[in-house]
Ligand binder design. Structure first.
Ligand SMILES: *Cc1c(COP(=O)(O)O)cnc(C)c1O
Length: 510
């Protein structure tokens, strides 16, 4: 299996490049600035699906990765060791992912797929722990280092740090937007800044939105010479290993609700950068029996407008919502969706992306959008006030507490026409991470909201309680990390810090 860039047609025939799995994982972005996808999509038969129904989550990860990864890139026993012994060992559930029937009286066939049992209580742990282990394996093999540069609107940062902290061959630099510029929660911030003392971790707060902080990072990443020289890597949802890890969410939850694989299911997916939903589209191409795959956005609804009308157009500044991990103005994985829509016509993808960049608008026809519709892709939008309503309604009627991101997906389910088969909503975080919003939903104080939290004895939940207690007792009021100020040349500041990290790497370990 080889991997290709969504922009591969921009190179001349000789220079056109495909990637092995290892090269694709280490590159993050393709060298031509495009995004990486598998060259062919492996097909999964109903028979295989039925056989998969007996597998545990880690075993299913092995089976799905095997379809994409050659033995000589990662031998089967290494893949098994990563998935079965390593990646999920710090998860608070022995099943790794749990699918639960919620509100059975009203919606007999509505299920929540809990993807948040990892160390930072967000679904990103699932993909990032796998990616961290793959990187460790590849880098140790080559006796190389990699410097991961990560921009986060909240959840990616801590999940990425937890996936690589303490590893020998990886350093990580995380940029996050200060509270004044984005709705980042206290827990999200503490989960990151509390790791700043780890030897291979640097956390930077930025006076800007999550789109602003992408700008200096893109400058460094698109400088191919600099990127190679300093061995920069990315683990944002651009990384193909994370997309493949997310494909597993769909097959696993499908088999929990349709073990005989005889039926179809509908999926409701809270969407920000569109990584998770792109993985869903890939899963459907592979043969996931999906009646509907709904991309659920918050007020940052460019993807919803694109899917429902064919028009891709920004709508002013990033809206700060109560589902901050989805406050993204332009979901970069749209380029992957375009590649899939055009059946791999990179020339067309490049032309569309250029038109969008140059004019700020791209209008595609009903016919051009057809391939996405044929895969069952739909969309919906929920406002912050709708999110509060849904959190309180599901708690009152089903006794189940949603986090605000999951509530965006559940709102889409409640507003959608009824499905024939079962429905699954992806639960991307635990409500503990967003106590401020839970408090607003129930009109109580944050303290009271914290006391209402479910799963208090879950190891990842109790770790968050510990962080909050430490913050209450030792907080000095000043941030325990460097800040990139407005008006500074951020790309230059990053280059300077990268030089410091490289010096530090040469010093003997303590
Ligand atoms: C990252 C994240 C999302 C959005 O995922 P994308 O792949 O960017 O669409 C949704 N919810 C939570 C809690 C997240 O952390």
């Amino acid at each position: 299996m080889r991997f290709v860039s969504t922009r591969s047609a921009s190179a001349t025939a000789e220079a056109r490049k495909d990637y092995s799995f290892k090269e694709a994982v280490l590159a993050g972005w393709a060298d031509d600035g495009g995004m990486i996808l598998p060259q062919q999509v492996p097909k999964v038969s109903r028979e295989t699906l039925r056989a998969w129904a007996r597998l545990s989550y880690p075993q299913l990860c092995v089976e799905i990765f095997r379809l994409f990864v050659d033995e000589n890139d990662v031998p089967l026993e290494v893949l098994e060791d990563i998935m079965i012994n390593k990646a999920f060992k710090r998860f608070g559930s022995s099943e790794v992912v749990e699918v639960k029937n919620v509100c059975p009286k009203e919606h007999a066939n509505f299920n929540i797929c809990e993807l948040w049992h990892g160390p930072t209580l967000a679904f990103k742990d699932l993909g990032l722990q796998i990616l961290g282990q793959l990187l460790q394996y590849f880098l140790a093999q080559d006796r190389q280092n990699l410097l991961l540069l990560v921009g986060t609107s909240g959840d990616t940062g801590s999940a990425a740090i937890e996936a690589v902290k303490g590893l020998n061959n990886v350093d990580i630099m995380v940029l996050y937007p200060l509270k004044e510029y984005a709705n980042i929660s206290l827990v999200q911030e503490l989960q990151m800044t509390s790791c700043n003392r780890e030897r291979n971790v640097d956390v930077l707060a930025v006076e800007g939105t999550s789109d602003d902080l992408d700008v200096p990072m893109e400058i460094l990443f698109r400088d191919a010479h600099y990127k190679r020289e300093h061995r920069l890597g990315s683990i944002n949802s651009v990384n193909i290993a994370r997309v493949l890890a997310q494909v597993v969410h769909y097959f696993y939850s499908f088999l929990c609700v349709c073990p005989g694989a005889a039926n179809t299911a509908s999926f409701f997916v809270p969407t920000g950068a569109a990584g998770h939903i792109s993985a869903g589209v890939l899963a459907v191409q592979m043969g996931l029996p999906a009646e509907r795959l709904c991309a659920a956005t918050n007020e940052n609804d460019i993807l919803h407008r694109f899917i429902s009308t064919g028009t891709l157009q920004k709508s002013g500044a990033v809206a700060q919502t109560n589902s901050p991990s989805m406050d993204i103005q332009v979901p970069y994985n749209i380029e992957r969706l375009m590649y899939i829509m055009t059946a791999g016509d990179s020339r067309q993808v490049i032309a569309w992306m250029n038109e969008f960049k140059a004019t700020g608008r791209l209008g595609l026809s009903w016919e051009e959008m057809r391939p996405l519709r044929d895969l069952g892709l739909t969309s919906a939008m929920a406002t912050s006030s709708r999110v509060l309503e849904v959190i309180s309604a599901v708690q009152c009627r089903g006794g189940y507490m949603l986090d605000p991101h999951t509530a965006v997906g559940v709102a889409a389910f409640l507003d959608a026409p009824p499905s024939q088969g079962p429905s699954v909503c992806m639960a991307c975080a635990h409500p503990m991470k967003f106590a401020e919003t839970v408090a607003a939903a129930f009109q109580v104080s944050v303290d009271v909201a914290n006391h209402m939290m479910p799963d208090a004895d879950h190891p990842s939940v109790s770790r968050v309680f510990q962080l909050l207690r430490d913050h209450g007792t030792v907080s000095t009021g000043s941030l325990p990390c460097q800040v990139l100020r407005r008006g500074e040349d951020w790309a230059m500041s990053l280059r300077k810090l990268i030089a410091t990290i490289e010096t530090r790497r040469l010093q003997p370990k303590m």
